[in-house]
Design a protein around this ligand. Structure first.
Ligand SMILES: [Zn+2]
Length: 365
């Protein structure tokens, strides 16, 4: 059994929207409060953790000034402390992305564990704690079983989503006869050793002009005015559009790779190091490198495929896949094609994909 997230859009009633707004506000407050507390303590030389923040929350709730925290379910509040804990752990592990304060204008969310919602197995309706009626969710994609937790969110553009985690039995795919090496790059998003190239759709570039224009307009409005807020939504909608296209494309690509190949060989990318290079950072975040690898990995686990990751220092581009000789000149990002002494003309990306394939299969064997 695998935990699968099923995500749906929904429209809350007026009453539900008010309760959610209130809950989001409290979640934000509790998260930010704990983050500020932990910073403050850290500066005094004290390390704090989830249990300290939780004690702190209990104390705050007793204070009459913060009695409004009791009007919402306590579960999402505690969960927000768990999220902060996770954010800190990820930061300490990678040294990247110190937890940020949550903003009223950003994406809002609240996480409910099974004790904070009712699930009607017959109608598949969900009623959140502190609400009278079930949410009106259109189940565009059916699921079996009961959700163990649900995550409710509201985007910057005002759309509501619910994501339910459900234990699901996934049937592995029949064994495929092919294997593949994948070189994730910038010029082509992914070049595969079987010759298939997924071209980077460069959505951001396509929408860049539109976005720049919208952002210019926004900068001319008075902050906080009605027109400013309207324009802010327009900007957020362009961002949303770009993100949706990107997710869609990435899923199609990784699904195709998983469907067709039994072993998928990739490079372990140093996304963190690469993003430090400012020039590359934009192109990389646009191409969504980390997400591609993440999707390949979890889909492989679902469907019984093998992912073979080759070492990050393996010279996949500089090696001639034909004879194994190493390119001797000065190497640069600008080299798109090179001729080896053996006579082979190597396309940078396809050659790398071939090398990744060979090395990946060697490691997997
Ligand atoms: Zn050669």
């Amino acid at each position: 059994m695998t935990l699968v997230a099923y995500k749906y859009r929904f429209k809350p009633s007026k009453e539900q929207a008010e309760m959610l707004e209130h809950t989001f506000g409290c979640v934000r407050f509790v998260y930010n409060n704990a983050l500020a507390f932990s910073k403050e303590q850290y500066e005094q030389g004290n390390k704090t953790n989830f249990s300290d923040w939780n004690k702190n929350l209990t104390t705050i709730k007793k204070d009459a000034d913060f009695s409004w925290l009791k009007n919402v379910s306590s579960v999402p509040l505690q969960q927000s402390l768990r999220h902060l804990d996770k954010a800190f752990k990820a930061f300490f592990k990678s040294g990247f992305g110190y937890p940020k304060f949550k903003n009223k204008r950003g994406k809002q969310s609240a996480c409910y564990m099974a004790n904070a919602f009712k699930f009607n197995a017959e109608t598949k309706q969900i009623t959140l704690a502190k609400m009278k009626n079930p949410l009106k969710v259109k189940l565009s994609r059916p699921f079996n079983g009961s959700p163990s937790s649900v995550y409710v969110s509201k985007t910057k553009t005002g759309k509501y989503f619910i994501s339910m985690l459900v234990e699901t039995e996934i049937q592995p795919l029949p064994i495929a006869s092919k294997t593949v090496g994948v070189d994730v790059g910038i010029k082509s998003l992914a070049a595969c050793s079987d010759g298939v190239v997924f071209n980077n759709p460069k959505y951001t570039k396509k929408y860049e002009k539109k976005l720049a224009k919208a952002q210019r307009k926004l900068s001319k409005k008075t902050k906080g005015s009605n027109n400013f807020n309207k324009q802010r939504i327009i900007v957020a909608k362009i961002h949303e559009k770009i993100a949706n296209c990107r997710v869609d494309f990435t899923h199609k690509m990784t699904t195709k790779l998983i469907n067709e190949n039994q072993v998928i060989c990739t490079e372990s990318l140093r996304v963190k190091n690469m993003v430090k290079n400012k020039k590359l950072a934009k192109a990389i975040s646009d191409a969504n490198f980390g997400e591609i690898v993440r999707q390949i990995e979890y889909k492989a686990a679902w469907y019984g495929r093998t992912v073979s990751k080759i070492d990050q220092w393996f010279p996949s581009s500089k090696l001639c896949a034909c004879c194994g000789a190493v390119y001797q000149g000065k190497w640069s990002l600008a080299i798109r094609e090179w001729r080896c002494d053996c006579g082979s003309v190597n396309d940078r990306d396809l050659n790398a994909a071939n090398n990744i394939h060979i090395e990946g299969l060697r490691l997997a064997a």
